[in-house]
Design a protein around this ligand. Structure first.
Ligand code: F6P
Length: 341
């Protein structure tokens, strides 16, 4: 049997660990041939692939990014896209596909499954916003990077009596901001799920200065003030209809300075959160996802995604995985609010 594997959407640490597992168990245990498709759905659309053997995945476990490349190519935007994918997979003799991605990549996987092709999904994203799995890999690494950045910002903020604002990724979910901010001891954490009151943020900041400690504000790129709109970098949409977020941190810094007279600066962590080597947690989770994904292929459990429930890896319908964004519940945010101000 020939099994294809691809990585789509924004990259994240741990993708190579999944590929390694699929290849190692696929070849050694099941005797499959494994083919890696390049750059997400572009690979199957254009018939761009390579054979992966055990040698080709040696040493990739700690490496960030993806040896297969990634893209946000959307077959829905290509004339006859799904038919082309099926033709190219048939031409390559590929019987089943392991698609590693977030909601967009897995949404395509679901349509392909509905169209009769055999796909198993693996959830990845630093945003941790996929329903049906307790965690996606990549998230833990991103949170650790945010935490380390906040630790460093604390000392320079104190030296200069400044407000330092840290803008983090996460799109429309505040998981990275919430966990990074909690782990780093932020003064205020602002999430996309709850609109924020700039005046209240300023009061927290002033209170922190009164206690002779410089405030760190963590703001998610998708956070919005009570009045006004989400700040975006451009109005252009990517092929899945997403706008590029970012800029709320700088906007907030100037508002804070205007309202409190305190010097405020913004640090945008950006793609640093997605780069580099995965944490031990992400390596183990990604490795287990890969092993269970190739088991699902072997069992013919197509149209499913592997997911983490507690400490178990389970199979859930792809539909369940992509139907709903997992955002931060109000009561989880309330836990963090105890530390504000
Ligand atoms: O979904 C992962 C993510 O890193 C988001 O947190 C962020 O908004 C987006 O991707 C950035 O995407 P790109 O690298 O394509 O600009």
């Amino acid at each position: 049997m020939r099994v294809g594997v691809l990585t789509g959407g924004g990259d994240c640490p741990g993708l190579n660990a999944v590929i390694r597992s699929v290849v190692r168990k696929g070849i050694d245990v099941y005797g499959y041939e494994i083919y890696g498709f390049r750059d997400g759905w572009r690979g199957p659309l254009e018939g761009d692939y390579e054979r992966l053997d055990v040698q080709s995945v040696r040493g990739i476990l700690p490496r960030g990014g993806t040896i297969l490349g990634s893209s946000r190519t959307n077959p829905d935007k290509v004339d006859g896209g799904y038919e082309r994918i099926k033709e190219n997979l048939a031409r390559a003799g590929v019987d089943a596909l392991v698609a590693i991605g977030g909601e967009d990549t897995l949404g395509v996987a679901r349509k392909l499954t509905d169209g009769g092709f055999d796909v198993v999904g693996v959830p990845k994203t630093i945003d941790n916003d996929l329903g049906a799995t307790d965690f996606t890999f990549g998230f833990d690494t991103a949170v650790n990077i945010v935490m380390e950045a906040i630790d460093r910002l604390h000392t320079t903020a104190e030296s200069h009596h400044r407000v330092l604002i840290v803008e983090v990724m996460g799109r429309h979910a505040g998981w990275i901001a919430l966990h990074g901010g909690l782990a780093g001891g932020a003064n205020v954490i602002l999430l996309p799920e709850t609109r924020f009151d700039v005046e209240k943020v300023c009061r927290h900041i002033e209170h922190r200065f009164e206690t002779r400690y410089a405030p760190i504000v963590v703001v998610a790129e998708g956070a919005m003030p009570l009045e006004g709109q989400m700040v975006t970098q451009t109005t252009e949409l990517d092929s899945f209809g997403h706008v590029r977020l970012g800029g709320v941190g700088d906007w907030l810094a100037s508002e804070v300075t205007r309202r409190t007279g305190k010097e405020a600066r913004c640090t945008v962590l950006g793609h640093i959160q997605r780069g580099g080597t995965p944490t031990a947690f992400d390596r183990v989770l990604a490795t287990r996802f890969g092993l269970h994904a190739i088991d699902a292929v072997h069992d013919g459990a197509f149209g499913t995604m592997v997911a983490l429930r507690g400490t178990d890896i389970v199979r859930v319908p792809l539909a369940e995985a992509v139907d709903e964004l997992k955002t931060v519940p109000v009561e989880r945010y309330a836990e963090a609010e105890v530390f504000f101000g």
